[in-house]
Design a protein. Sequence first.
Length: 317
Amino acid sequence: MRVLLVGGGATAMALAYALRESGVEVGFLLRASHADRPLAARVQIGRGTRRVIERNVVLSPRFLGDLEQASAWAPDVVVFTLSAPQMEAFSPHDVLRLVGDGVGVVVAPGPGPQAALSALPEERRGFLLVAFMAAGVPWGEKEPQAWLVWDPPLATSFMGGADPRLGEVVDALRRGGLAVKWKRNGAISQLPSGLLQPLVLALEASGWSFRALRRDRALLQLLRSAQGEALSAIARLEGRSGAGAWHLLPGTTMMRLLLWADTMAPFSVERFLQAHFTKVGDQTAGWVTVLKGVMPVPSLEELARRAGRHPEEVAET
């Protein structure tokens, strides 16, 4: 089996490591500006509680912005490890050319990235909902010296899609050490993001400090209200009558889970969230814009503005 990873960031490095460990052929489609990038990447995998395994991932074969060459490599599965704004650079025609007879998989959440796969038959579309944490270090650097990956205990990533080749990819990822399940019907609710994304916005508004957030009662109240709005909007977007038990969870549930994870991760979860969500900040603002189009979400919009994310600007671009 051949898997082509579009992008060379933290998620791509995590997937490449696990797939290569299982003997899968992995190729990379990178921007032409990455021509000087080293051919090997150092990946540190955290398993359990702070135990780290280090491996080198060779970025070869790699195709520098050349869709024709990448397509000629004939991948069975093409995984777009890109944020929602980055996915906009690929037209449906580009995706069809690149994927060919294979399966296209998006990692970024939301309807925008899924729309990029619209030229493919529905049975050859897929998505990956990532639960592992991956980031480059030093934090925030454009050219990291290494990539850190951690699969939190009890957390599971999901790959959705009907094509049997996706099941083969999931099996390979599991053999390579990542906790992944295959959802053949592709039905995975985005309701958990209704708790996580508002928390990330509140954390950003607090200077990326859990301690500061816990001391700000007004911001915590705004967070709870924003989470309620987000859950209701997502439920409506998915055609549900309501968010069910998710509405019953305390507003600080997700924060407590992340604080618990921070005691076991091989890196600071605060620093990871800052590095990752600063990088994909436009994607977070776009998520707010999508929910705003479903129903009024005034608390969520206010929370986004306090975090410096302005969904109205995303809507205009």
